[in-house]
Design a protein around this ligand. Sequence first.
Ligand code: SF4
Ligand code: SF4
Length: 168
Amino acid sequence: MAIGVKVMERPTGDVSYIRATLKGMALTFKHMFQARVTLQYPEVRSSDDWRIATRWRGTHRMLTDEQGRSKCVACGLCPQICPANCIKLVPGEDEAGNRYPLIYEIDEFRCVFCGYCQEVCPEEAIHVGVHYENAEYSRDRFVYDLERLSAQVHPVSTLWDPTDPRGE
Ligand code: SF4
Ligand code: SF4
């Protein structure tokens, strides 16, 4: 596609800024009479008009089974696909040959919240979550271990659905 270039002529002679000023003030006054969209965060976190999207990709959650054990089978797919290389997995195996994570950690500080780990997980164990309030005072606090990931209770992300691209 060709790119058009518009050449603006510099004004010559005296220039009045009154018209531009009035236009700017009219725009300001117009907004004064429109409905406010600002939320008094953190006292107000959502409203009828605004709610965080169910497809939001934030703080991870590790889901557990009925016995409270992690659903992860330490297959190694999520650390393999993670573009930020922020998942640490050390697999273990019990006497019956069942694999489980000895160590499973996600560095939320390095994570780019792409959601690939959730998409690739064959057990639907690891999820990105509908949660964004994860500020910390030190970098090491951003490393979530298995216990902390399993203790999260916020909703999991529904991710993007190609059959419902607008999320309706
Ligand atoms: S959301 Fe993406 S970057 Fe973050 S841990 Fe999962 S795969 Fe890695
Ligand atoms: S993809 Fe799922 S099952 Fe495999 S290591 Fe990651 S969390 Fe565990």
